[in-house]
Design a protein around this ligand. Structure first.
Ligand code: NA7
Length: 555
């Protein structure tokens, strides 16, 4: 991939600004753009040496977005969406990164971004109503507001496997892939994990490696992506429909993706009709497989029909019956872990150089310098290990920052039993600290671009209102937050989602509280709630001149 050079030179870190933005992924870039447009001064701090966030780090072979590229793109600029040509139905990571760089250059954003700089600490100074932000280079920045644009899947998680540090071969984590080409030719490779990152990379690694061993703890439901180049005609036709597509994605869709809305449940159709509908979606490919019926996330019997269909497909594709059985998920409802989309994943297990190892039945005992040793004593000799073991999702990157709000309370302490936010936008006791796509908002259950733009616009509008009204601080009221957290849990409980040990639940991190983190009510409904809150004078938030807020918070 070609490195894109900055077109405007970075300026030194500001000692103070209106807003500190943490992270230069799609959320941070658009936040900066909006704030500048309103005349605020803002600085972005980014630990990578380039923009793109999750797309900067996840450079593993086959990394590709699971939302179609024409929809996984900004909508805020008509010129931008008309001029950028996506080359494929699902953009691969290098192209998405080029797009992020294009946006940074086109809107001249780089001059306010400081790369290779982590935000280590943010402390709210109650006397001054300002945040003091400490950077990894030792500098301190003062700002009225802090916006955490840290991303939901940005904190790669190393598995805690005995002996891993002593492995003599190369070790790669999919979420922290090197910036140079990795060639697995002539090597015996092991992949640990079978989530989306593994499912995308395994077919490609299998083509290169002498032998590939996949260590699977839990199989995943995966639907063919049916990726293909986009023609000019297809792009033009899509662009012509953008006003409707974007409106639908924002206001109507549950997940921020333009697709037909199902008007019936799975059990309302006869078996043959149901199969025909699943088959049509399977052939079409992609995430919208779960939108065939309106009750797949709600009703176990309905869900079983879709899950059973996918299990049958796996049996059809995978020739060895034992391997096929192992690849069939049957311990959680389909869709309750983010469904994967793939290119030839299941067929890859028909290759003679690929072996599937069931580490649920025969766990990894430890890693030796040149092999993975299983509980039964089997040693799998390896030259390279790929850890496709996921992320400390949604809260992990926030938790790495020492954030201290009123009375010195840390956010980590407050969230020890699970994240607590009002609307996923703010957490009580942490004035002027905003989260983009935070826990308690639809975020990872949606097309992230739609949710990012919604949050950025809401926050930017809010800061504009505060300035116009002479308000200095804003924070979530505790009772509003409690009500919202209860609502988020209530909605989740009405679905099948909590039945899976998913990263939505924090279940992939030992010791992390089991709380369903995203808001499952749908992006359209959620947007309306946020808009209504704003229209009612930011109901549920304390917004007032500094001295008034201090008195109210002390009560
Ligand atoms: P995921 O979806 O969290 O997948 C991680 C995989 O790694 C999953 O199969 C895990 O099994 C497995 N895992 C995690 N820790 C271990 C250990 N210690 N031993 C063995 N196996 C382990 O991460 P991805 O990066 O694939 O995808 C994340 C999201 O990115 C995805 O949902 C898309 O939205 C894009 P488990 O299921 O926990 O048994």
């Amino acid at each position: 991939m070609s490195a894109v050079q900055p077109i405007d030179a970075p300026t030194p870190a500001a000692a103070s600004c209106d807003v500190v933005i943490v992270g230069a992924g799609f959320a941070g870039l658009y936040m900066l753009h909006r704030l500048r447009g309103l005349g605020f001064t803002a600085r972005v701090y980014e630990q990578g040496d380039g923009v793109g966030g999750t797309w900067y780090w996840n450079r593993y072979p086959g990394a590709r977005c699971d939302v179609e590229s024409m929809q996984y793109s900004y909508s805020f600029s008509e010129d931008l969406q008309q001029e950028w040509d996506w080359s494929e139905r699902y953009a691969a990571q290098p192209e998405i990164l080029r797009y992020a760089n294009h946006v940074a250059n086109r809107f001249g954003l780089r001059s306010d971004i400081q790369f290779k700089t982590r935000v280590d600490r943010a402390v709210f100074d109650e006397a001054a109503d300002r945040w003091s932000v400490t950077l990894s280079d030792g500098q301190m920045v003062r700002a009225q507001f802090v916006v955490l644009a840290t991303g939901c899947l940005s904190n790669a998680r190393m598995p805690d496997i005995k002996g891993l540090a002593g492995f003599k071969g190369a070790v790669y984590h999919t979420g922290k892939w090197p910036h140079h080409d990795v060639d697995f030719a002539g090597r015996r490779v092991g992949v640990i994990g079978t989530g989306s990152s593994a499912i995308q990379s395994i077919p490609i690694i299998a083509e290169q490696a002498t032998h590939l061993t996949v260590f699977q703890r839990t199989p995943n439901y995966s639907i063919p992506a049916r990726n293909a180049p986009l023609t000019d005609d297809e792009r033009d036709a899509f662009r012509a429909r953008y006003p409707e597509v974007r409106r639908f994605a924002r206001e109507v869709a549950r997940n921020g993706i333009y697709t037909e809305l199902p008007d019936r449940g799975a059990l309302d159709d006869a078996e043959s009709d149901r199969r025909a509908k699943y088959e049509a979606r399977w052939q079409r490919g992609g995430l919208t497989f779960m939108s065939v019926y309106n009750n797949l996330a709600l009703d176990m019997a309905a869900n079983d029909t879709a899950a059973g269909f996918v299990r049958e497909k796996i049996t059809e594709i995978v020739k060895d019956p034992g391997t096929a059985r192992l690849l069939q998920p049957d311990t959680y409802p389909i869709g309750t872990k983010r469904i994967c989309i793939d290119t030839d994943y299941f067929a890859t297990f028909n290759r003679p150089n690929v072996t599937l190892v069931d580490i649920k039945a025969n766990p990894i005992e430890d890693i030796l310098p040149d092999a993975v040793r299983l509980a039964d004593g089997t040693k799998v000799a390896l030259d390279a290990l790929v850890l496709a073991t996921g992320f400390d999702a949604m809260t992990g990157s926030v938790a790495r920052i020492d954030i201290r709000g009123r009375n010195g309370q840390t956010l980590n302490h407050k969230w020890a039993e699970g994240p607590k936010t009002y609307l996923g936008l703010m957490s009580a006791g942490f004035p002027n600290l905003f989260l983009i796509t935070g826990p308690g908002s639809p975020s990872v259950l949606s097309n992230m671009m739609v949710s990012i733009e919604q949050h950025v616009d809401w926050i930017a509008d809010c800061l504009g209102v505060m300035r116009d009204r002479g308000l200095v601080t804003m924070e979530a009221k505790r009772d509003a937050e409690e009500t919202w957290v209860a609502h988020v849990n209530e909605v989740a409980k009405g679905t099948l989602y909590p039945q899976a040990n998913s990263w939505y639940m924090g279940a992939n991190i030992p010791g992390k509280p089991r709380v369903f983190m995203p808001y499952i009510g749908g992006v359209g409904v959620y947007r309306q709630i946020c808009n209504d809150v704003a229209a009612r004078g930011y109901e549920g938030f304390l917004m007032a001149p500094a001295e008034v807020v201090r008195k109210a918070a002390a009560v």
